[in-house]
Design a protein. Structure first.
Length: 178
């Protein structure tokens, strides 16, 4: 009888750790809320406005201090290059590259331990469970009235991620006014 009592805790620990390691990270492909932020001609000497997209799946929320809650997906693109006459991305196709040409956006990179450029955050129980840095990617943006629709074809480590946004984007103006 003593042998069973000593073995039982080890079996319970083995079962519980195996179960948690089998749970896949959540990656919801439907994004329904987000913000486009205009930074203006952010880079000195570059005649382009720079905007970012910050998109979330339905079950992601924020508290009054800005902390994320829930489980889902966050797609962030820090630098999208658009004409100086625009403050939001126009309807069209956008490509990921480092040229800073019009209708391009920067690839994801790890900058001193922080992601920047284009990346996907998997969020589980209000915590980041993984970061996916995207490179050879593109998106197509369309609008119907105030509704924005964006079809993303994102690539990371030779794996393809198809994400879709449909919703009304909030707008933030963070241009430095002289």
């Amino acid at each position: 009888m003593k042998k069973i009592i000593y073995i039982l805790p080890f079996l319970l620990l083995a079962c519980s750790s195996k179960k948690s390691s089998e749970q896949p990270d959540v990656l919801l492909s439907e994004l329904t809320q987000g913000t486009v932020t205009c930074y203006g001609a952010y880079y000195k000497g570059l005649e382009r406005n720079v905007v970012s997209l910050d998109l979330y799946s339905q079950d992601i929320t924020f508290d009054s201090l800005g902390y994320v809650h829930g489980t889902g997906t966050n797609l962030y693109i820090s630098d999208i290059f658009i004409p100086l006459t625009d403050t939001v991305p126009a309807v069209g196709t956008y490509k990921c590259d480092t040229t800073t040409a019009l209708n391009t956006f920067l690839p994801g990179i790890d900058f001193e331990g922080n992601p920047t450029g284009t990346y996907i955050l998997r969020i589980a129980d209000s915590k980041i469970s993984s970061i996916i840095l995207c490179n050879d990617s593109s998106f197509v943006l369309s609008r119907i009235g105030e509704m924005t629709e964006i079809q993303f074809n994102l690539v990371a480590d030779k794996k393809q991620y198809k994400l879709h946004f449909r919703g009304v984007l909030k707008y933030e103006d963070k241009r430095q006014h002289l």
